[in-house]
Design a binder for this molecule. Structure first.
Ligand code: DSN
Length: 432
């Protein structure tokens, strides 16, 4: 008998409807995934009760001996996973990880470069409605209209002109490998720090399928819940010789700190208080899972599924930004199909296929309408789906978009989707 059922039937019903939704629909949002039952259990466990401001061995509260062990394990595993020497596993989210990093390396008003949100970047890479765009002087670079890939001529021109103190590479809707080496070359030429946000491909990096940022970037941030398949959260990492950049990050006042101490103190007490110890322990489980050989196979399957999906979509005359993908992300420009991203998201939702509308580079529509949708394969691959299922999914996507006004057809597809999903259960132990 569920405790929630007994104490709060209203929330029990909501929870069960969400379980049923996740089980019976196809999750194609590129940033979502399904954690293992072990991660779910830890994230819902008693460590949520513990206050542990500070870091292992240096807390402001008593009773931290066991959460210290969990955080130490998370840190050690993360260092092994990404081959890095500094990690901070406390950021509550990717945005917090980015905020702490920007606040460590920059003073308000300083110049930074990041990929334009409408070209695949992220809110925290300088959007004017976000803290990043409000606190810093962000200069956005874009992708090339011809290739859909970062326009490095433009990046270099802008970097020479604006002399940023830091350049961010990475984003949320960039289907190709992040070109760390090319960014490093430009950052070095203009004397900028290089920060990579690998929130999207982190699991692929961990598995060695995507190049690693560590040899090229001064600092790396990520989330833990996308391709990395952990609980919802953020992390910050630095590679091997990070203390060499100390001196360039001197705080304006206060006692001298090296860059790792500065990053730690920007996370806590700078922007956060008590860490989410249940989530940090769940991150430790996720990093342990990602270190196992099975995770490499999973990550390889994610990319193979995405590349097969891209090939099938191209055969059906869908226009893909950059003409394909190296990763788990496909960005579909629907302009030639005469349907907006908003309408496509709605139609696919009615057919049991969850995606998000997304701006495409040089989009003429607003972010609330958009000309595209972003799809991704991490979640369906976690369910065990492969090429056969990808073929069905692409046919359903195409049929749904062609029948976007025909509710009956969308209902029929939804029922076929549910039948397929039944054969690939996610959490058989959960009631719904
Ligand atoms: N919202 C995330 C995504 O969907 O990619 C990025 O933070």
């Amino acid at each position: 008998m569920s405790y929630i059922h007994q104490s709060d039937p209203e929330l029990f019903s909501i929870l069960n409807r969400e379980i049923a939704r996740e089980e019976s629909t196809l999750e194609l949002i590129a940033s979502e995934n399904f954690t293992s039952p072990a991660i779910l259990e830890m994230a819902g466990g008693v460590m949520t009760n513990k206050y542990a401001e500070g870091y292992p061995g240096k807390r402001y509260y008593g009773g931290c001996e066991f959460v210290d062990e969990a955080e130490d394990l998370a840190r050690d595993r993360l260092k092994t996973l990404f081959n890095c020497e500094y990690v901070n596993v406390q950021p509550h989210s990717g945005s917090q990880a980015n905020m702490a990093t920007l606040m460590t390396f920059l003073s308000p008003g300083e110049t930074v470069m990041g990929l334009d949100l409408s070209h695949g970047g992220h809110l925290t890479h300088g959007s004017p409605v976000n803290f990043s765009g409000k606190l810093y002087n962000f200069i956005s670079y874009r992708v090339s209209k011809q290739t859909g890939r970062v326009d490095f001529d433009e990046v270099y021109q802008l970097a020479k002109e604006h002399k940023p103190k830091l350049i961010i590479c990475g984003g949320s809707a960039y289907p190709r490998f992040i070109e760390f080496e090319q960014f490093k070359d430009i950052a070095e030429k203009v004397g900028a720090y290089l920060m990579a946000d690998i929130a999207h491909p982190a699991g692929l990096v961990a598995a060695g399928i995507h190049p690693s940022p560590m040899p090229h970037c001064d600092v790396v941030t990520s989330t833990t819940h996308k391709t990395l398949r952990g609980p919802r959260g953020g992390i910050i990492m630095m590679g091997k010789d990070f203390e060499n950049i100390w001196g360039r990050v001197a705080p304006k006042s206060g006692r001298t700190k090296n860059v790792s101490e500065l990053l730690d103190s920007t996370v806590m007490p700078g922007i956060q208080g008590g860490p989410l110890m249940h989530i940090i322990a769940a991150k430790a489980i996720a990093f342990g899972e990602a270190l196992k050989p099975a995770f490499k196979i999973y990550a390889k399957n994610v990319v193979e599924n995405a590349q097969y999906m891209a090939e099938l979509l191209l055969n059906l005359d869908y226009k893909l930004v950059s003409d394909g993908t190296d990763t788990h992300v496909i960005l579909i420009d629907l302009t030639n199909k005469n349907i907006t991203g908003k309408k496509a998201e709605n139609a696919l939702g009615l057919a049991g296929i969850t995606v998000n509308k997304n701006m495409v580079p040089f989009d003429e529509k607003s972010p609330f309408v958009t000309s595209g949708i972003r799809v991704g394969t991490p979640a369906v691959t976690t369910r065990g789906m492969g090429k056969n299922e990808i073929e069905k999914i692409v046919k359903w996507i195409d049929k749904s978009l062609k029948s976007c006004e025909d509710e009956l057809t969308l209902q029929e597809i939804k029922s076929d989707v549910a039948t397929l999903c039944d054969a690939f259960p996610i959490y058989p132990h959960l009631n719904h």
